[in-house]
Design a protein around this ligand. Sequence first.
Ligand code: RNT
Ligand code: ZN
Length: 436
Amino acid sequence: MKVKNTKTRNYKLVEEAYANSKSQYAELGVDTDEALKRLEKVEISLHCWQADDVRGFETPDTALNGGGIQATGNYPGRARSIDELRQDIEKVISLLPGRQRLNLHASYGDFGGRRVDRDEIGPEHFQSWINWAKEIGIGLDFNPTLFSHPYADAGFTLSSKDDGTRRFWIEHVKRTRMIASEIGKQIGSPCVNNIWIPDGSKDTPVDRNTHRKLLRESLDDIFSVEYPKEFLIDSLEGKLFGLGFESMTVGSHEFYLGYAVRNNKIVCLDTGHYHPTEQVGDKISAILQFLDGLMLHISRGVHWDSDHVTTFNDEVQLIAQEIVRVNALERVHIGLDYFDASLNRIGAYVVGARAVQLALVNALLEPWKKLRDMEEQGKYFERLALLESLKAKPFGAVFDYYCLSKGVPVANDYVEEVEKYEATSLSRREVIAIQN
Ligand code: RNT
Ligand code: ZN
């Protein structure tokens, strides 16, 4: 159920602004209704881990530890149970226009308070998630969890030189593929199982090669089992560096891109995982020449942190434009990935997801053929001038209208809803915890 606008907003103004925008875009040969129809089909995969600071629901309860990723901040209201997390995600979805999925990590299974180690998980631990997802009508994506575990403490998992450690993680990832395939089958929408491992070293290693060879062999073993593509999509996420892993990451971008090309997998591009001057948007048309698809973890890197809340910045805009320009909305799986524990977590989801949607609206409203014609005729000044003028076009008004037509709060009217949820639900979590 979507939440209706509660604020005293003048809806007539929103409609009038849309009518005016429609005419402005029509002048450029762009049909705003058509753009919104295309936007409607785009799903955003919401990462479950923003709601609880990447802790998961294993027993015993562990905080995010190791892996070179960190959730900082102590804002109240973290989801402490599966029920709370589902409630939070339902709230988020109620405040977003369009379609969403949930991106689950293996550590978020429904383990019923029992200790189930990572090499013991099975589809039964995710059945209640599948049932819930079907009930609310969303798809699910999945991820093995190769951090916050004693066998990850030494800094190497699938690329560990220790046979036992490596075998443990291979078994874990194999199980996640089986689970993801079952999810895809039951829900009727392919489940992307995204493999990210933290493996790397703080200081300059002298034997990068053996770790990479071991990772390649582990992946070969993991992928030796075949699943139908309509149920499971295997994705590999590389990274430049992590906290405490500054000098070498075994699963680098080149490593996975090479692996994916050779083995017909897809890669996941996390926007926080590259050199700051690299543009992830530029990689889309390059990679799609060779791979069937792509997964995106849209995040916002800030200095050394790769996981700030996504906003409508240049990077996100270029990504959206490139997806639309190469007509790849169906081949690109869009997900979010950040964990900020210093602010209202529900609000963080809504801000990030809407930033991506706004970028997509803007991209769908681009008079691309006009721009391309200019480019082909060498009219670079004209192209630049049009691109600049597009930045001031009323795509915000188009997005507002989209929200209105989908029955969700317009612009930042959702803040009121998030604050209400905080007062009645999130802040109660702390009170109840203190009473206990
Ligand atoms: C870490 C990767 C990875 C994680 C999640 C929790 O740098 O981005 O995607 O954020 O698996
Ligand atoms: Zn990521």
